[in-house]
Design a protein around this ligand. Structure first.
Ligand code: GLA
Length: 727
């Protein structure tokens, strides 16, 4: 039993393999948080203390007891209005604008399996793998009801949380802030690890001490954003890759979010993760409900490396769905950096011909195939194939490509519209905009109001009529701007941002229902919507528009803390790199792109005969390792922001095989030797390097490492496969 309720003490215990999460209904009906961390036994309510604290008020029903205050007690779902002056999980205003809530326990249920969220992505699991706890809290004055949901995947060390807020009263209420998770820690010093960035430089790693005051990250851009990823880690001060306590929090949502971390006046730490309050002003009519997207939580007492593995497995097996959750992803060649808008049907067929010769599985026709779209100023919304540009119908082109033994994929950007498009001329009112104001242009495009069913249905019809023209096995779903105008005539102003994301999910779900075997790769100017919400529909996401191998090492490093390699869209591109102007060897580019879904983003005709041979080898190599890379355990072996080399390792699930990749980041005269230490090996096991036949003890490889060659050259990459010859 992963979830237990102790009737006598009114204590809920959620137990996973290595962690315990506990909460308690106290004598006043408040749901207090007791503990989250390494496995413990017994009730942790002895941790609660009560003292008379100045300026910390006391709920009326505690009578003359001046020691009991919500300002100090650790809570599961703190609300604004009960004397908790810290950041709270929920702010509700009544019809008169008054923010006063008081949530008390009503009932709970424990059931087998994992709850699902209507219209929202969420972790899924079988009845055997998960249990659900549902706790109902209610405000007896306003009749606001909060349904707290907890999913426990015991063996996976995962706990999920969500909340549903229902207006059971008779007047409209306004939800001003809603989070799915609050974590309160009674003591300890923590760092917040977050992943910030910008277009083409996503998910830089930042580690910052949580001090007094509030550290807030989030997105107001309508998407989860390049700027902050909706996932954080809370780590003990001394926690490293291999040692110490840490907690991961991943928001399963692709829109505005907010994470607040604060240390309070009594040195207690609170972290809240949920919807961004700046853009939430969500009216609930009597009987209406708001579902707050889910947070996935996990704890590790074995450092950040182990925490990452737990999230990798969870997202791979319990978020990603469909055929490509388990099947190998096609190695693809994409036309974007090969030709940009400057292509014809012949160009795409030539890429397919090259693909066939090089062993690449699929050709993807990127932006520029529809409407009037020879640059990025027009055509979005007009999802009609530009047959004049292709020189044939799409169906004919696909047949030709398939005839070469190559699969075909296509780029779309359904949420967008160009002012210079037939669709805009017909339906200017379909665009997200604020009445009487001019909309913000970004990449010269506007955003379609995907919160409106009629708009979605129209685009859906258009996209399907393209997809029905031939054997299209892959779609790259792009989204190339932030959303500034959060107003929709069909949705109350403060609902629009949420309704927009729900609309995107609805569209994706319908698309997958109609084309269950379609592989969708998410994209938003690269990694602007790289989140677990999208991964529920798109098991891979173009990780960044930056394909420079050296920058990618750092982008993929940051990404790896919470997301599995199988979700990371990564390609080999031409040199000098189009984003940085840097040149690296084909080998180095290959090694870096292999820590992802792998493919090419270049024109093979510009490669020398020797390079083509090398590409053939790379593709073979990748296919040989694909299963190990996607399903194996991924270990970070260095910090590329600090160390002179980047190193990572893939270890087969059964531990029998290991693939080590290293890229030197510095070049100096008379270099010092770099030693790379492996992880996750069997200490007594003997491992043989496939290329040299040399044998090493697992303990030696992990404790002392292996020396990297000292060679001249920039960004040299090394690969080493090791097989276990004796356990
Ligand atoms: C975005 C994507 C690119 C490419 C272009 C096409 O920037 O991230 O990969 O598809 O759009 O316009």
């Amino acid at each position: 039993m992963a979830i237990r309720y102790n009737q006598e003490h009114k204590v809920f215990t959620l137990q996973t393999k290595h962690s315990t999460y506990q909460m308690k209904v106290d004598s006043y009906g408040f749901l207090l948080h007791l503990y989250y961390g390494g496995r413990v036994d017994g009730s942790m309510d002895y941790l609660l203390t009560c003292y008379d604290r100045g300026f910390s008020g006391n709920p009326y029903d505690v009578g003359g007891d001046r020691t009991y205050s919500m300002d100090v007690q650790p809570q599961e779902y703190p609300v604004m209005g009960m004397g908790d002056f810290r950041n709270t999980a929920l702010i509700i205003r009544d019809k008169d604008g008054i923010a006063g809530s008081d949530l008390r326990y009503v009932s709970h249920t424990i059931s087998k399996g994992k709850y699902a969220l209507k219209g929202l992505p969420a972790v899924y699991a079988s009845e055997e793998e998960a249990e659900t706890l549902e706790i109902i809290l209610e405000d007896c004055v306003s009749k606001v009801r909060v349904r707290l949901l907890y999913g426990v995947l015991e063996q996976d060390d995962m706990i999920t949380r969500s909340a549903e807020i229902t207006n059971e009263g008779t007047d409209e209420i306004m939800v001003e802030k809603a989070a799915s998770t609050c974590l309160d820690f009674l003591s300890g010093d923590y760092d917040l690890l977050s992943f910030w960035g910008r277009h083409a430089m996503e998910r830089n790693f930042q580690r910052r001490e949580i001090v007094h005051g509030s550290h807030v990250i989030g997105s107001r851009r309508g998407t989860s954003s390049h700027q902050y990823n909706p996932a954080v880690i809370l780590a003990g001060k001394g926690t490293t890759e291999d040692y110490g306590n840490c907690y991961g929090m991943v928001f399963v949502y692709s829109g505005n979010f907010m994470c607040e971390a604060e240390k309070d006046q009594f040195e207690q730490t609170r972290v809240i993760l949920g919807l961004h309050s700046d853009l939430l002003h969500y009216p609930l009519e009597p009987g209406e409900a708001l579902v707050v997207p889910e947070t996935i939580l996990s704890f590790s007492d074995r450092g950040l490396g182990e925490l990452s593995l737990q999230f990798h497995r969870c997202i791979r097996n319990h978020i990603c769905r469909g055929k490509y959750r388990d099947e190998p992803r096609p190695v693809l060649i994409n036309s974007w950096e090969a030709a940009y808008f400057d292509f014809t049907g012949e160009t795409i067929c030539r890429l397919a011909q090259d693909a066939a010769e090089l062993g690449i599985d699929m050709v993807v026709m990127d932006d520029g195939w529809f409407g009037k779209r020879d640059d990025d100023n027009s055509g979005l919304g007009d999802w009609q194939v530009n047959e004049a540009k292709l020189g044939c119908t799409l169906g004919e082109m696909i047949q030709k490509i398939n005839g070469m033994g190559v699969k075909f994929g296509i780029w779309i950007e359904p949420e967008m519209i160009s002012e210079d498009s037939d669709l805009y001329r017909q339906h200017p009112d379909w665009v997200l905009h604020i009445p009487d104001r001019k909309p913000l242009r970004c990449r010269n495009q506007l955003v379609l109001d995907f919160s409106r069913e009629e708009v979605r249905d129209f685009i859906f019809g258009k996209i399907c009529s393209v997809l029905d023209q031939g054997n299209i096995e892959y779609v790259k779903w792009d989204m190339n701007r932030s959303i500034a105008e959060v107003y929709s005539p069909e949705n109350a102003p403060g609902k629009a941002a949420y309704a927009y994301v729900a609309g995107v999910y609805d569209f994706l779900e319908k698309l997958l229902c109609r084309y269950p075997n379609l592989l969708i790769e998410g994209c938003s100017g690269g990694g602007g919507r790289f989140d677990a919400g999208m991964m529920y529909y798109t098991p891979q996401i173009w990780c960044s528009d930056n394909t420079d191998a050296v920058d990618r090492i750092r982008i993929q490093y940051g990404t790896s803390f919470l997301y599995p390699v199988s979700t990371v869209g990564s390609h080999v591109s031409a040199v000098p790199n189009h984003q940085t102007g840097r040149s690296t060897s084909l080998h180095t580019r290959g090694v870096v792109a292999m820590a992802g879904t792998f493919g090419y983003e270049l024109d093979p005709d510009k490669l020398t005969a020797g390079e083509k041979e090398e590409v053939k080898e790379q593709v073979k190599q990748y296919k040989k390792y694909a299963e190990l890379i996607h399903k194996g355990d991924y270990y970070r072996l260095s910090n590329p922001f600090r160390d002179p080399f980047a190193a990572w390792e893939f270890r087969a699930e059964d531990g029998e095989r290991v693939l080590l990749h290293v890229v030197m980041l510095e070049a100096h005269a008379n270099m010092a030797v770099s030693y790379v230490r492996l992880k996750g090996l069997e200490r007594e096991g003997i491992y043989e390097a496939v290329e040299t036949g040399k044998r090493y003890y697992g303990s030696a490889l992990m404790e002392a490492g292996i020396p990297m060659p000292v060679q001249q050259g920039e960004y040299l990459a090394y690969e080493m496969e090791l097989v276990k010859v004796r356990g």
